[in-house]
Design a protein around this ligand. Structure first.
Ligand code: KIV
Length: 259
């Protein structure tokens, strides 16, 4: 049975941790899905890891949709969440509905993610949920606000932490089915996780969230640079380099092909 937003909420109740990763193409998405990942996010981090941009800001809705369609073709089990890119939802709830609708209609996504917890975003999320679109929130470090926040940990002062807690509660109230908590202190993530009935998915937010997400390029050791909280389970960059160099050496020495 394919994973649904409702299932994630049930897993929180059952204390069954949620495993999430990002994907941006057919090949990788298929491997993740067949490896038992619960949730695949077509994250706007693809702007950096797949398209070579400095930040997530330049990627367009059409570029994101192009990648999402490839991911969709590979995935049978995992819940597919589409990250709405910068300026595809901030102008108005109507703009957000149009963009989110395209993700569901054109790319077969099952849910969308929006960054931020300020009142206009909360209203926008309520609008999407009313239209029948499952929405994941994202608070703490929100990379689309990099020019305002940098990549620093958020929620360190009492006032900042209270603001994030309130945003999380507002997003749940607006109907979000889950919430990404990025780069906040672990005790703040614990507080939010305990207060919410919807699952929290952490990235750089400590061990107490209901699930974890990583950018897959970081997990594989493929990224040129990665945040301090990411963990690589493999050094694929080195393995690819070795394979390519072996191939190059064999071609040059005429060992390959052998016949
Ligand atoms: O775009 C992305 O990869 C994300 C994750 C960091 C949650 O938003």
């Amino acid at each position: 049975m394919a994973v649904t937003p409702r299932q994630l909420v049930e897993w929180k109740q059952q204390h069954r941790a949620i495993v999430a990763l990002t994907a941006w193409d057919y090949l990788l998405a298929g491997v993740l899905d067949q490896s038992g990942v619960d949730l695949i996010l077509v994250g706007d981090s693809l702007a950096m890891v797949a398209l070579g941009y400095e930040t997530t800001l330049p990627v367009t809705l059409d570029e994101m949709l192009h990648h999402a369609k490839a991911v969709r073709r590979a995935v049978e089990q995992a819940l597919l969440v589409f990250d709405l890119p910068f300026l595809s939802y901030q102008e108005s709830p109507q703009q957000a509905l149009h963009s989110a609708g395209r993700a569901l209609k054109e790319a077969g996504m099952q849910a969308v993610k929006l960054e931020g917890g300020y009142p206009a975003i909360v209203d926008t999320i309520a609008h999407l949920v009313e239209a029948g679109i499952p929405v994941m929130g994202h608070v703490g470090l929100t990379p689309q606000s990099v020019h305002q926040l940098g990549y620093r940990q958020q929620g360190r002062s009492t006032a900042a932490a209270e603001k994030i807690v309130q945003a999380a509660l507002d997003l749940e109230q607006a109907g979000a089915f889950s919430l990404v908590l990025e780069h906040i202190p672990a005790d703040l993530a614990l507080t939010i996780t305990q207060k919410l009935t919807i699952p929290t998915i952490g990235i750089g937010a400590g061990p107490h969230c209901d699930g974890q997400v990583l950018v897959t390029a970081d997990l594989l050791g493929l990224s040129e640079k990665q945040p301090p909280f990411a963990k690589s389970y493999l050094n694929l960059r080195d393995l690819i380099t070795q394979a390519v160099q072996s191939y190059g050496a064999e071609v040059r020495s005429q060992q390959f092909p052998s016949t």
